[in-house]
Write a protein that binds this ligand. Structure first.
Ligand SMILES: O=C(CO)COP(=O)(O)O
Length: 247
């Protein structure tokens, strides 16, 4: 299997200069599995600090980026500006952006397309809410979210898909390995049928939602789970254990 395992740490709106320096010192000192691509996503304000402090094999991601190069967009950050700070990745479509900031499927898709065109790599997040899962609509929701991205993206080489069921985010209620595998397999099959066999085979589909040092290893054994997007636990030393979930 050629897909390189990918573990992202989404710090969300957490941390201060001192806190992040300590976290990064710990990561820099940690023995990380060489076969794993590790990317941290600090708040925008600290991207520059983190890029400078973290060792270069570890990637850095923004948690959002707008779909224009520059201009009158108060409060926004452009892919060009991220590249100016040597930031290579951006998380787009996180459920917190979709829910709290009302980002639509089309807006997310347009930001994904723009970021890719600008030369960034994208962690594109999808996932159903609790009521949608309970109504048996999980596949329908992830299909809708994928479809909107597929409408504007042809080349998926620089995309990682994060399946993050909203009911598992920050709740301590992790998806079971089988629940995660079922949806990851569905996503890969959808990509095979709607993009190309090569895209489906090569793309990393990572799981997010209450991943921690105790549940990561079992989830990592699933055939279509190619890594994790970790929230809360990425702010703790146990992030290193999650990175090393497969050894
Ligand atoms: O939203 C997440 C990562 O993007 C997951 O957050 P938690 O790991 O805190 O549940």
């Amino acid at each position: 299997m050629g897909r390189r395992f990918f573990v992202g740490g989404n710090f969300k709106m957490n941390g201060t200069q001192t806190f992040l320096k300590n976290l990064i010192d710990n990561l820099n000192a940690g023995q990380l599995d060489d076969n794993v691509e590790v990317v941290i996503a600090p708040p925008a304000l600290y991207l520059d600090q983190c890029r400078k402090q973290v060792r270069k094999e570890i990637g850095v991601a923004a948690q959002n980026a707008f779909n224009a190069t520059s201009g009158a967009y108060t409060g926004e950050i452009s892919p060009e500006q991220l590249k100016d700070l040597s930031i290579e990745w951006v998380i787009l479509g996180h459920s917190e952006r979709r829910e709290i900031f009302k980002e639509s499927d089309d807006f997310v898709a347009s930001k994904v397309a723009f970021a890719l065109k600008s030369g960034l790599k994208v962690i594109a997040c999808i996932g159903e809410k609790l009521d949608e899962r309970e109504a048996g609509r999980t596949f329908e929701v992830v299909t809708r979210q994928l479809q909107s991205i597929a409408k504007v993206v042809n080349d998926w080489t620089n995309v990682v898909i994060a399946y993050e069921p909203v009911w598992a985010i920050g709740t301590g209620k992790v998806a079971t390995p089988l629940q995660a595998q079922e949806v990851h397999e569905f996503i890969r099959k959808w990509l095979k049928e709607n993009t190309s066999e090569a895209t489906a085979e090569n793309i990393r589909i990572i799981y997010g939602g209450s991943v921690n040092a105790s549940n990561a290893a079992e989830l990592a054994k699933q055939a279509d789970v190619d890594g994790f997007l970790v929230g809360g636990a990425s702010l703790k030393p146990e992030f290193v254990t999650i990175v090393n979930a497969r050894i």
